[in-house]
Design a protein around this ligand. Structure first.
Ligand code: 2AM
Ligand code: CA
Length: 273
């Protein structure tokens, strides 16, 4: 386990929570304005602008307390620093939901030490929910402990997933789903990877898988799911990675893994023509 003490991790979590909640407040205030802004900027530009400014605000918050720490963010990229903690930030996860005035979007902040995430906070402002975890300390929603659902047979599993933005990737994801859908209870497509993993952590689904995520999408929420008792990983024993992430109670993880691996769930469709 990490070299950080429980006290260190609690301190890092407190900063992650403060920054996620402040970022969430600002983003939530901005959401209602989308669509009624001047005609020069498209709604997509407005969301991109909000992503940027919320990430900037989060970087400032973190650096006010820990000036030397590097930050990896979806918008601002990998910013170097001498500090021992690397912060992994997704200012708005679920941007399409955000754009359409839907509630399923999150601000996600993880603190990583020596390559291992030791604290994570995911704020879901539209619902007023805050998910938190520190490594080895369990997972919480609004301060109450949460647990992932116990394993069920695959045919009884409610499985959350998401689809990429590119057409070739989506074609392959539809192919995979053609085999998966008849074998499970049902599919949910929420639109935010961070929320999907947090809901798995509180038993609102049985499993989750998705291709094409980046570390900021899963950083905080994967720790929350893991601390809630879920196994979170890639194919063939790999850690979560952009090719594929799977999360579920361990026995169901194995079953879903063995279904997905031969289907090429970690690949894209060949180019047409
Ligand atoms: P985003 O809202 O920050 O873009 C939707 O299935 C989930 O996957 C969201 O968490 C979304 O993050 C993420 N996602 C899907 N495709 C992506 C891509 N091509 N680049 C970045 N994030 C992606
Ligand atoms: Ca994201």
């Amino acid at each position: 386990m990490s070299t950080t003490s429980a006290q260190d991790r609690a301190g890092l979590l407190a900063l992650a929570v403060e920054a996620a909640q402040e970022g969430g407040r600002v983003a939530a205030e901005g959401q209602s304005g989308i669509g009624v802004l001047d005609t020069k900027s498209s709604p997509t530009d407005v969301v991109t602008e909000m992503d940027r400014s919320v990430e900037e605000l989060i970087r400032k918050r973190i650096h006010a307390v820990r000036p030397g720490d590097p930050v990896l963010g979806e918008e601002g990229g990998d910013e170097a620093g001498e500090g021992a903690v690397r912060w992994i930030v997704d200012p708005i996860d679920g941007t399409v939901n955000y754009l359409y005035g839907r509630g399923e979007w999150a601000v996600s902040i993880a603190a990583e030490v020596g390559g291992e995430v030791v604290a994570g906070a995911v704020a879901v402002p539209a619902r007023g929910d805050l998910y938190t975890a520190v490594l080895g300390g369990g997972a919480f929603c609004n301060g109450e402990p949460v647990r992932a659902a116990a394993a069920v047979p695959l045919e009884l599993a409610l499985v959350a997933t998401g689809f990429g933005y590119g057409s070739q990737r989506r074609a392959q994801q539809a192919e995979v789903l053609r085999t998966v859908l008849p074998r499970i209870r049902d599919i949910r497509r929420g639109g935010s990877a961070a929320v999907d993993l947090c809901e798995l952590a509180q038993g609102r689904s049985n499993a989750y898988y998705e291709r094409g995520l980046n570390p900021w999408d899963w950083g905080a929420a994967a720790l929350i799911a893991q601390e809630a008792g879920a196994r979170v990983g890639g194919l063939h024993g790999a850690p979560p990675n952009p090719d594929l992430i799977i999360a579920a109670a361990p026995e169901l993880f194995a079953e879903l893994h063995d279904l997905l691996a031969p289907l090429g769930a970690d690949t894209d469709a060949p180019a047409a023509g």
